[in-house]
Write a protein that binds this ligand. Structure first.
Ligand SMILES: [Zn+2]
Length: 636
């Protein structure tokens, strides 16, 4: 089976690489047409000139057989041209076989790149979507082109035993986790679980029982890698997560943003001892050394003891020189996931980094974003910017795959962050990011944001009867694409309410700005002296009088709609974060207006100092004896 899959994948890669290298388009196009036609279910929008590389699941078994037959014929040439993509086969003890080579599809003219795996990241931390919603979501993302889901449970995983308090009180149950995998499997989606094992361990280290494991006592973020108990806890977390994911081929072990390193007494002593040891042949040791050692230890445990391939976020590796990365032997145990969420990927990962990664790692992943990347407190998704980010990644992956013989991308992960870390508030919610997720999935599955991709997203999101919403021109006009609320995907109703919220919020901000900055009857002076025209105040307030009632209604509608997707705790958090501050601001404005209009008689001017002001003010204007005041020395 491994051989068959390897041959199949090599065959596909050969098709792609040979196309690019030989420019022999005529013959290959006919092969591509054949393959595309045989897979009409999931590849309706993929141009005929592209080969689909989805090779998971039973429905592609026939296609695999066809490719295998072809691969047998062309194998000798394959070995010469694409040997760099191969590695020693993994153990076959696991139920799921990891394709040794995961070649992307590149169009005949080299212009389009389609990642082999298209992964949807579900970030559950502190805000678990209802299982019923996730069940509904999986067929849709599969149809849009996803091949896998990356499950970031954080405190939503049902840890047990000594780890039970790590789980939130509203965490999923073991049955929930099993059901999720069952539904994923039914939709031919691979499940890649994620568990943090170094940085971003706030959900563990915030607790009293684990606080002694912090690298820096006041920051519950990074775990100290030098304590025996840290290792015990990490092993136990991995054991529990994998025991509920017995079919997992990959485990993401996090390791991003480890900002506290080598600072605790044990770690700093360890570094001091190493650096003062005359027999130390490993060179100068610092925080990076501790990072590489710990990641290697955790990854080796996952790979050797669990027979699962560990993945790590790459950000901590970017600044480590190639020779140090080589010496760490990290390349033998992990596959890094390179993440950049903005449109200019090259600004964050330069050519030297790509060259280093190519030398060190046999396989690599890329990560873009479909939500949760452009502001910690954003509530609406900027679809246009996420499309820009994904298109940038396709171009970088295409360029790096064609220009170097060393880099082999496993696929592209669409991340969808729910919070920037455990303690942060919620950013954009999953149901209202559905148009971004589906459009971006379709784009990376067809290799371009063309008319066909826009049309396919339009159809998958059930926007029938609407004008074209997802073309580049439409997104330029309306980056959030609020009009998608008229579609009929699950979440479109919530998007409609969010659109109302957006308008109300804008109204509140505009009114407050006008009243406090421009209006001549409700300024700070008017308020402090309780001195204004009641008619003018009433006129100003006419435009905002509807807001308290509108916000109350919106709050009720939002609560109901959010309740379809989230439990009551997440619903309450969102309302507290978004609606209640608006209500408070409007409430403050109403009180101000009441205070300004309760007088029926007013004092003669001058009004004198407001309560608590300095008495000297009145002396200056009464012309009192103050010869030193410069105002008195000016000509009158
Ligand atoms: Zn330490």
């Amino acid at each position: 089976m491994v051989l068959a899959l390897t041959l199949a994948c090599l065959g596909l890669l050969y098709v792609s690489a040979n196309h690019y290298l030989s420019n022999n388009d005529t013959e290959q196009t006919s092969t591509n047409d054949q393959l595309t036609a045989s897979d009409s279910n999931s590849n309706e929008a993929i141009p005929n000139s592209l080969v689909n590389s989805i090779s998971n699941g039973k429905k592609n078994e026939q296609k695999r057989q066809e490719i295998e037959n072809t691969a047998n014929v062309i194998l000798p040439e394959v070995e010469n041209s694409v040997e760099f993509r191969t590695n020693k086969p993994l153990s076959t003890q696991k139920k799921m076989v990891v394709e040794e080579s995961t070649p992307a599809v590149i169009s005949a003219d080299g212009s389009r790149y389609i990642p082999y795996h298209r992964v949807v990241h579900l970030d559950l931390k502190g805000a678990p979507p209802k299982l019923s919603y996730l069940k509904e979501l999986l067929p849709l993302v599969r149809e849009a082109g996803a091949t896998a889901i990356l499950m970031e449970y954080e405190d939503m995983f049902p840890f047990w035993g000594t780890l039970r308090n790590i789980s939130a009180k509203n965490a999923y149950s073991q049955r929930d986790v099993q059901n999720l995998q069952k539904w994923a499997m039914q939709n031919d989606l691979i499940v890649i679980p994620l568990v943090q094992t170094f940085g971003h361990m706030e959900f563990v280290l915030k607790l009293d029982e684990f606080k002694d494991l912090r690298e820096v006592p006041i920051y519950p973020q990074s775990i100290c890698p030098s304590q025996d108990r840290s290792w015990t806890i990490i092993q136990e977390m991995i054991d529990q997560v994998l025991s509920l994911h017995p079919d997992a081929a990959w485990l993401h072990i996090g390791c991003d943003e480890v900002y506290q390193l080598g600072q605790c007494p044990i770690c700093s002593q360890k570094l001091l001892t190493a650096n003062t040891d005359p027999n130390n042949s490993n060179g100068y040791q610092d925080g990076r050394s501790l990072f590489l050692q710990h990641v290697h230890r955790v990854a080796s445990y996952v790979k050797n003891q669990k027979n699962v391939i560990p993945i790590i976020w790459d950000d901590m590796l970017r600044t480590i020189p190639a020779h140090i990365l080589q010496d760490s032997k990290l390349g033998e145990v992990v596959e890094p996931m390179v993440w950049v969420y903005v449109e200019d990927v090259d600004r964050f990962v330069d050519s030297l980094t790509w060259a280093n990664y190519g030398e060190v790692f046999s396989h690599i992943w890329a990560a873009s974003a479909y939500k949760g990347a452009f502001g910690e407190r954003l509530y609406a998704v900027n679809v246009q910017r996420h499309v820009g980010n994904n298109l940038a990644w396709l171009e970088v992956m295409r360029r790096e795959t064609l220009s170097t013989s060393k880099l082999s991308f496993r696929g592209l992960v669409l991340t969808g962050w729910s919070r920037y870390d455990h303690f942060a508030v919620l950013c954009e919610l999953l149901p209202i990011a559905m148009h971004s997720l589906i459009l971006n999935l379709v784009i990376i599955t067809s290799g371009a944001h063309d008319y066909e991709a826009s049309k396919r997203a339009h159809r998958l999101l059930q926007c029938n009867g609407q004008k074209s919403l997802f073309t580049p021109q439409e997104l330029r006009r309306n980056p959030q694409q609020w009009d998608a609320h008229r579609c009929r995907f699950s979440g479109s109703g919530l998007l409609g309410l969010l659109s109302s919220y957006n308008m109300n919020r804008h109204e509140v901000e505009t009114s407050l700005e006008h009243i406090s900055e421009k209006d001549g009857w409700m300024s700070k002076y008017n308020i402090e002296h309780k001195y204004s025209s009641p008619w003018r105040v009433h006129e100003s307030m006419k435009t905002v009088a509807y807001l308290p009632g509108a916000l109350k209604t919106l709050e009720q509608q939002m609560a109901k709609s959010l309740g379809q997707f989230y439990d009551q705790f997440t619903v309450e958090e969102w309302l507290e974060q978004h609606i209640q501050p608006l209500e408070e601001r409007v409430g403050g404005l109403m009180k101000m207006a009441r205070d300004l209009t309760e007088r029926i008689v007013w004092p003669r001017r001058p009004l004198g100092a407001p309560a608590g002001a300095s008495p000297e003010l009145s002396q200056i204007h009464s012309g009192g004896d103050n010869s030193e005041d410069p105002l008195n020395q000016m000509p009158r």
